[in-house]
Each structure stands twice: as C-alpha cells, then as structure tokens.
Design a binder for this molecule. Structure first.
Ligand code: ADP
Ligand code: MG
Length: 877
C-alpha cells in the first residue's frame, strides 16, 4: 500500500465535508488549508502562510492553537459558515505511519448545545423541511433543550403557512433534501428568511424514522401519527438524522410535539413584526412584548415564555387552566414568594441534561445539575400549596431525582476544577482507594522533607537539598564544596555549575510510589466521575421533562407577578366572538406617564370599527392594544385592562404602517396589496383584523376605492372583528350603509397653542382631517400652512359629495375609477345614477354651482385648468 500523505488525508476529509470550513488538528494546532486558509485569514484574522514552500506549488495554510477552538468556531459560525473539526488520534493505527484524523463534530448554527457557543438565551433552532404529495412538513428542533415540534401543511397556501411558522421561530439553520433545494417555493422561502444557513442532507425516509424512534426511545411512532402527521414526522426524522450526523453521536429527544395546523392562534409574519412580540421594529428586545411581561427567573422559563407568546392557544380548557394557575399565584404574595425562592438562581436544567446526554458535562455542570435538582422538592411543595390543578400537576413528582441529587452532592466537591482528568473532583470518604492514594501522596511529600532532614544530619551537609523537577523527578542536590562527603551508592544524574544532582534507590522507589499514587487516584476519580455522568445521562430524558415543567411554572409565576404589579385583570375568554375591553392599556406603553386607557367593544352589532382622527392621535396604538390584549389573554396571562372579555380569536391579521417594508426594498403598495389579499383570503369570522392606513401607497383615489371595497368585503362577507384606522374621511358614511361598521375617533382638544391630543377613543367620526394643523405644529412655514388651509377649504367645498353612504356611491363596477373632477362633482344620490351627461353639460352645471366672488384668482385659475383638462380627457378617452 502506498503511503498516504497528510495532505491526502486532508483532501479525503475535505471531500466528505465540502460545505464546511475544515479545522484540521496537527499537534497543538488546528490548521486550515487551501481555500479554507483564505477564509481563515479573512474571517478569523489568521496569518496566511504556506506549506511546502520550496516545492513548485505551495499550499496556502493558516492555523491557531487548540485552546482557541471554541472562540474560532463561534466567529466562523457568525460569518454564516459551518465548521468541521477533524481531531488527531492519540496513537498510530496498526501498520500506519501517519496519525489518523477523524471528524468528531460539525458545528452548524442549528446544532449547537454548548453553552459557550450559544449567543444568548435564544435557542439554536434547526428547521427540517420536507415536501411530498402536496404536503409540506416542518420540524423545529432545539438541540440544546433536546425538544422538537413538528407540523405539516396542505393545500394551496401550504408554503405560505410554512413560511409564517418559520418566520415566527426564526431558526438559525434549515435542513432539507437536495431535491427540494432548487425548487421555486423553497427559494422564495429562503429569500424571506434572510441570513439563515441552508444545509442539504440526503436523509432516507426509513432511516429518519428509525433515528427518530431511537431518539425518543420508542419502538413505534403510531401514537404521534394519530391523525395524519406523516409528513411532519418525516421532517422530524430528517432533522434528527441530520443532527446526529453533524454531532457524530446519537441524539436523544426529551419531547416531540406534533402541532396541528389549527391548534394555536395563527400569527403571520407581518403581525409578528408589527406587534413587536419578541423584538421591536428596530430589532431591539427592550420595548417588545416579551420584555414587558418577562419576569422569569430561569433561562428555561424565558425560552418558554417566548414560545408561549409566539403561539397563543385556541383551546379554551388549556387557557382556563393557565388562568387559574396565574390567579392562584397572584392572589397570595406568600405563594409567589415560595415559587420565586425555589426558582431563583436555578441553572438551566434543559441544557445541562443535553450536555450530560452527549457526555460533554464536566464536574461543574454536574454540581450545577445537583444544585438545580436540590431546589425541586421546595418547588414541588410551593406548587402543592397553591391548590391549583395545573400547578399541582406540574409540581407532581418534581422530586423523582432526589436520589441522584443526593448522590451528586455526596460525591462531588462544591467547586471542582474545570478539568475532569486531574483529580480534585471527589469528596473525602467517597472512594476508599482514592482516599488511601491521596494520603500516600500527601505522606509522600512529607517523606521527602524528612529524608532531606536526615541526609543533612547524617552527611553533615547543611546545604543539601531534596527537590524535584520534570526531567529527573525527585533528586538530591549537593554543592561542589561538599562533594567528597557524598556516599558511594548515590547515583550521579546531572552536573550543575556549582554542584551535582544525585538519585538513590530509596528516592526512586518513593518517587515512583508517589507518582503512581497520584496517577492512579486521578484515574480512579475520573472513573467515578464518568460513572456519575453516565448516571445523569441515563436520566437525561427525565431531566428534560423536569426542566420543561420548571419552565412552565416559571412562566406562570412571571404572569402572576406582572398581573399583581400592574393590576392586570383576568379576562373572560369564551367561545363567543365579542371583544370587550374596559380601560385597556398597551402592555408596553402603559408604563409611560400619562398613558390614557381606552375602551373597546366588538359585539354582534359592532364588527368593524372605522377609526378616524389626526395623525399622532393614538390610532395605531389603539389597534395594537386590541391585538396584544387578545394575544396575552389566549396565552393564559392576565391583561392590561380593568375588565376584559375575549371571544377566541383564531388568527390575528395586521397591515400596519409602511416604514419597515421600505427596508425590504419592495414596492410598498405592492406589499400592501399582497398582504391585504392574504387577509381577504384567510380571515374568518373569528379572526381579528387590524388595518392601519391601507391604501396609502398609491394615488388618493386608487387608495380610497381600495379601502372602501376592502371594508365592504370584510364587513359584509367575512364578518371578522376589524379595526381600520384610516385617513379617508370619505369612508365614515359607510356606518349607515354597511351593517356592523361603526365610526370611532381619537379625541383632540383645541388649545391655545394649537391642537392637543387627548388619546381618547370614542364613538363617532372625526370629521376634520387635522393634517394641515399637524403640519403647522411640525413647523411648516406659516405662509405654506396658510396656503394649504385655503386649498383645503377649496377642495372640501368641491368634494361635499364624495362621501360613502347616501351620497355619491358609484353603483356599477363598470364605471371604473371616476376622473378627479367628475368624482369630486358626483353629488347625485347613488341609488339611481342618471345617465352620464355629455361633458359640455356637466361643465356648465359645474360653472353654475360656482360663485366667482368666493374664489381667489389662483383658485379660479385652478378650477379653469381642471375643467379644461376634464374636457380634453373626455374627448381623448
Ligand atoms: P396615530 O397612529 O394616530 O398616528 P399613534 O398610535 O402612533 O398615533 O400614537 C402617537 C403618539 O401618541 C405615540 O407617541 C404614542 O406613544 C402616543 N399615544 C398613543 N396612544 C396613547 C394613549 N392612549 N395614551 C398616551 N399616549 C398615547
Ligand atoms: Mg398610525
């Protein structure tokens, strides 16, 4: 067999991991070669050198010392790449002349469980996506918590629903089979999920299924597949198979949830963004809903809170159970204290369980596990004392691992070293042999001291020393002046400038015994530790289950704390489709001084609230408040209201603002219409729809007509509870025309200095568009404001008929968009539109209506120009 060179070895490994940057272990360094070396220089700032410099084709190379591995992996991952690490074996394989190197781990952003690599409390989520037979399956796997959720979608909208779900969780990595990678729907999906790493994995269906069963420790998946979740499970299989491939280890899953398409409130991507649930539009945590209600004491709880807020329930029983728990806790500060004390400072059991499961926990991790387990009986008691069904159930049996906790506490010292191979892990009395060897080691050191004393005395060399170093071990050092007193049986070992070093059989024997004792006791300690770690690993599934329950208790406790602190009320959540809020506050803004609470009412007669009022009046805030209160209510939380009644909402839709879409570089109007189309297609009578100024992105009349038609469609056909903030005052007449439409408006007071926003919302339209007034407040030059006021008065005078309702509603679609002037002039009743007069007549009619004395010269010129254009348009068209 021809000898393999190291570079051939490298090439083989690289060929097996073409998508990753390869860190190749050579002695104390990790080296990167070829293209990887250039990447290393660019991303990690490594110095680029070359291997085989003398040869004709030097190989680019860059490297770093082994102890920087974690840091360099982290940097490489954050550049959007993945890293394969090839370690060097300790011993030559038989017949080999080169140390073998094997890949022990591929680091990808979705497979991280190492605490040092996880950025913040957010999980490292891996998404598996599969498509077959017109269905798409999705699995979201949290490698650090060892939990997964999977779901599937069918029908025309399957990809769009899948995209919404992915955007809700924002995984760091998506894995799919190569056959799906180039397809159109997938490419579109990836464009939405900016920055996600896409990995391909050629996982067979059968292998995925087997892998999944092994991970769950079950012999069959039938119990999960009761009502057709085959594709969802296939996605879970793919994700699990991929994960164990990159980890080079078996994966254990504590939990796999099969979520149903209709099991939770659906929040599409726009809604998630606009309601600022996990982050603000500016991308910050502070100011988000999560931050506002976040009172969790543990990392597990914080993760769970996110998950709950992103997936409000639609199951009444489950919502009521959570509410009962929150009520029971918030009623009593003693109970709250009990739970809080038990939770405070508890380390992240979910991650510790995973670390142990992967055999990666060190002694400190095990100590932390023990300490966390120690807290659980107290938590259990605190839960029992609440007399609440859900808390009792969550608390039941939290102490199942107390024996393990005991064993951990009894075995390991309080503050063990990081390294698990250098001893110092075990308490005294744990292991007889370790104790014995330790005392030999201790005595050993004392023996050398005594030996030194004795030699000094016997040989009469006061300067004689017994010392040790790495090369010789223990030795006797004598200066040149006393060399003649050294006995025969001293064996000369080393010559120094001013003396000699000797060893004796006694010394060697003792040295060996001491060395053996230390080595042996370290090895024994390591064995005991590994046993202990295995015992913890065996309980990984139970640990993860406990962690999950702790997380739920933590979230419920947090809800109770917020409810108490901020005097939130328990909402009545029922099957109806009302939404009645008294003194509702925005959960984030309510803490600002001067926040004004408002009422809101949807019932059978009020389905569609048309909100008018000046900019800055509080319309958008009112919309968001309605949605956030609903969302909190369906999470089981109390809500920022004095009283609240929430009929279950199946989906929240929003079309709010336009600012952030500009960032996405799409035509705002197009975006807006896509989203409105989405709403009209998917909203049901149980949905909650927020429309904030739709129609802005186009010409006034386009926009007005669209807003008008959309209002009619939602109110008449769908009947979803809808809040529509609009600047189209022409729409207020719809109240008389369409059942369910009701006008409300934000209050404004006239103050000396101008307008004052009251931020109150009350029934009735706001007739005046305060735009010009607001412009004045904003400091537009005075003559511009005056001119604008004149023009406004003029235009309003012209447009008296342009109101929805009794006046001027076009009755036939075929008429299309009226031209500006006819539209402004269309003051005839809508019921029976007269045949359109020839334009000459119309012009005459318009002229007759006018009083030239009322017009300024410029206004007159304006009217004239409009009339001329109208005539031309009529002729040309
Ligand atoms: P609009 O959508 O009508 O332009 P916004 O909802 O954006 O108005 O609110 C404008 C400003 O008024 C914001 O700074 C907001 O914080 C404040 N605001 C809104 N609602 C209230 C309220 N109920 N109480 C106090 N301030 C409010
Ligand atoms: Mg607004």
């Amino acid at each position: 067999m021809a000898k393999r060179t190291m570079m051939e070895q490298h090439a083989e490994i690289k060929a097996a991991h073409p998508q990753s940057v390869l860190f190749f272990r050579m002695g104390d360094f990790y080296e990167l070669f070829h293209e990887d070396a250039h990447v290393g220089a660019e991303v990690l700032g490594l110095t680029l050198t070359a291997r085989d410099k003398s040869s004709g084709t030097p190989i680019p190379m860059a490297g770093f010392p082994w102890h920087q591995l974690e840091e360099q992996v982290r940097t490489m991952l954050s550049s959007g790449r993945t890293v394969a690490v090839a370690e060097q074996e300790d011993e030559l394989r038989e017949g080999a002349t080169l140390l073998e190197r094997v890949v022990t781990r591929v680091y990808t952003p979705g497979s991280l469980y190492e605490e040092g690599l996880l950025q913040d409390e957010r999980a490292s989520l891996l998404a598996g996506v599969v498509e077959r037979e017109g269905k798409v399956g999705l699995c979201l796997l949290d490698a650090a918590a060892s939990t997964a959720t999977c779901m599937q979608y069918t029908g025309e909208e399957r990809w769009s629903m899948l995209t919404d779900e992915l955007l809700r969780w924002s995984p760091s990595e998506v894995v799919l089979r190569p056959s799906l990678a180039g397809t159109e729907p997938f490419l579109r999906l990836i464009a939405e999920l900016r920055g996600v790493v896409v990995s391909q994995h050629d996982g067979r269906r059968k292998r995925g299924r087997e892998r999944l069963m092994r991970a769950l420790g079950v012999a069959d998946l039938g119990h999960l597949d009761l009502d057709g979740s085959d594709i969802a499970l296939e996605a879970a299989g793919l994700a699990t198979d991929y994960l164990s491939t990159v980890l080079h280890a078996d994966v254990e899953l504590a939990d796999l949830e099969v979520a149903h398409q209709h099991g939770a409130m659906v929040l599409d991507r726009t809604t998630l963004r606009n309601l600022e649930i996990t982050q603000t539009l500016a991308g910050e945590h502070e100011g988000s809903l999560v931050a506002a209600v976040g009172r969790c004491r543990t990392a597990m709880g914080r993760r769970r809170l996110r998950a709950w807020l992103l997936r409000p329930l639609t199951d009444l029983d489950a919502i009521h159970a959570r509410q009962d728990a929150v009520a029971s806790l918030s009623r009593s500060s003693r109970r709250l204290d009990g739970v809080r004390t038990a939770l405070t400072g508890m380390r992240d059991l979910e991650r510790l369980a995973t670390l142990a499961g992967h055999g990666r926990a060190n002694a400190r991790d095990l100590v932390a596990t023990g300490l966390a387990l120690d807290r659980l009986p107290a938590l259990q008691r605190a839960c029992e004392e609440t007399d609440d069904g859900l808390l009792n159930a969550l608390g039941e049996g939290l102490d199942v691992l107390s024996a393990l906790a005991d064993r951990l506490a009894r075995t390991l010292v309080d503050a063990p070293p990081l390294s698990v191979r250098e001893g110092g892990l075990l308490r005294e009395g744990v292991h007889d042999e370790v104790d014995r060897l330790r005392s030999i080691a201790d005595e050993g050191t004392a023996w050398f001291e005594a030996y030194e004393e004795r030699l000094r005395r016997d040989l009469e060399i006061p300067s004689l020393k017994v010392r040790q170093n790495r090369q010789i071990g223990w030795f006797i050092e004598v200066t040149n002046t006393h060399l003649d007193k050294v006995p025969e049986d001293f064996h000369r070992k080393q010559q120094m400038t001013n003396g000699h070093r000797f060893i004796t059989p006694d010394l060697v024997e003792r040295d060996q015994a001491l060395l053996n004792a230390v080595t042996r006791s370290r090895a024994l300690e390591y064995d005991v530790f590994v046993d202990l770690r295995r015992a913890v690993a065996d309980q990984a599934r139970t640990l993860a289950n406990l962690a999950g329950r702790v997380a739920c208790i933590d979230v419920l406790h947090g809800f109770a704390v917020v409810a108490r602190e901020r005097r939130w009320c328990r909402p009545v959540v029922d099957e109806g489709d009302d939404l009645v809020l008294e003194a509702a506050r925005h959960p984030v803004l309510e803490r600002e001084p001067g926040f004004v609470p408002n009422n809101l009412r949807f019932d059978r007669k009020r389905r569609f609230l048309l909100i008018t009022g000046p900019n800055m009046g509080g319309k958008s805030t009112y919309l968001r408040t309605a949605a956030l209160v609903t969302l909190l209510a369906q999470c089981g939380s109390f809500v920022p209201c004095d009283r609240a009644k929430v009929g279950l909402v199946d989906r929240v839709f929003t079309r709010v603002g336009a600012s952030d879409d500009l960032l996405r570089g799409r035509s705002t109007f197009m975006m807006e219409m896509i989203e409105v189309a989405h709403i009209l297609r998917h909203a049901s009578p149980s949905s909650l729809v927020l429309l904030d100024e739709i129609g802005r992105g186009t010409s006034t009349f386009d926009g007005l007509s669209i807003a008008w038609a959309v209002t009619e469609d939602i109110a008449k056909r769908i009947g979803a509870r809808t809040l529509f903030a609009t600047h189209y005052h022409q729409l207020i007449g719809l109240e008389d025309d369409v059942h369910g439409v009701v006008n409300v408006s934000v209050g404004v007071a006239e103050a000396e200095e101008g307008l004052r926003f009251l931020h109150t919302v009350s029934d009735g339209p706001c007739d005046e568009s305060y735009g010009v007034r607001v412009a004045a407040l904003a400091g537009l030059p005075r003559d511009v404001v005056e001119r604008a006021s004149d023009l406004l008065r003029f235009l309003e005078g012209q447009a008296t008929g342009a109101r929805a309702g009794v006046h001027g509603q076009p009755s036939r679609r075929a008429q299309g968009q009226a031209s500006l002037l006819t539209y402004l002039g269309a003051s005839k009743p809508a019921s029976a539109p007269p045949p359109r007069p020839p334009h000459e007549e119309e012009v005459l009619a318009r002229l007759q209506e006018m009083d030239p004395d009322d017009l300024s010269p410029r206004e007159a010129a304006e009217v004239l120009r409009a009339l001329v254009e109208h005539c031309r348009g009529e002729r040309d068209g």
